[in-house]
Design a protein around this ligand. Structure first.
Ligand code: MG
Length: 224
């Protein structure tokens, strides 16, 4: 029986990727760089500053100074905050409810530093992700796809990798969880094809959070 459930935030708990893509595209357009939505989606999971560095390297062949990198990420976060409120991913509350009912410890494992969303967690998931059970862009040195975020999440929960289940919608997030040794559940919630999550190391892939919630709930109540 798994003892801890580790949850990614964007594209897993919240349907926030369309807003993130639009905010990234707008900030980068201001900096003179045009990116396709796919490039942003495939970078999902990295910390914001890692993404800025990677895109500048790829498109302009430039290393950008740290202060400029932070400024650009702040601008992207500001644009995101100004967009229409994001919705909860349908099925997310049911999935979180099912693992809590099974007595599992819950931990948030996100590369995000987006306070407008982090501040909503307590309202949407009361008591589920208190400050001492959150790994964010603020407390890792290496973001996803490195295993550090999920390893730190397990440490926070006080469990070993064999006792942890991770839920993530992005190839780099799945790669991170799988490398950390968690039982990794990939969930398709956007334009990413299921093979990408399988290739990234997912142990199982669901095609929606609703399906994931129903299946996980049934397995947990029936004994896994
Ligand atoms: Mg995600």
């Amino acid at each position: 029986m798994p003892r801890a459930a580790l949850f990614d935030m964007d594209g897993t708990l919240y349907d926030s990727m369309p807003n993130h893509v639009a905010a990234w595209q707008q900030m980068l357009a201001e900096a003179g760089i045009k990116v396709e939505a796919e490039e942003i989606l495939l970078a999902e999971g990295r910390t914001g500053t890692d993404t800025v560095r990677m895109i500048f390297r790829r498109h302009l062949g430039q290393e950008i100074p740290d202060d400029e990198c932070r400024r650009l990420y702040r601008r992207k976060a500001e644009l995101f905050t100004g967009m229409p409120a994001v919705c909860l991913m349908p099925g997310a509350q049911e999935l979180v409810g099912a693992v809590r009912e099974a007595g599992m410890i819950t931990v948030l494992v996100t590369g995000s530093g987006q306070n407008s969303l982090l501040h909503r967690l307590e309202e949407d998931f009361p008591g589920v992700f208190p400050e001492n059970r959150r790994i964010t862009a603020y407390n890792v040195t290496q973001g996803k796809p490195h295993p550090e975020p999920y390893l730190r999440g397990m440490e926070m929960a006080g469990v070993s990798p064999s006792e942890a289940m991770a839920f993530d919608n992005a190839p780099l997030g799945v790669q991170s969880a799988s490398a950390a040794g968690a039982f990794t559940v990939g969930v398709i919630t956007g334009a990413i094809p299921p093979e990408s999550l399988v290739n990234a190391g997912a142990d199982i892939v669901f095609t929606s959070m609703r399906e994931c919630a129903a299946e996980v709930s049934a397995s947990l109540s029936g004994g896994m």
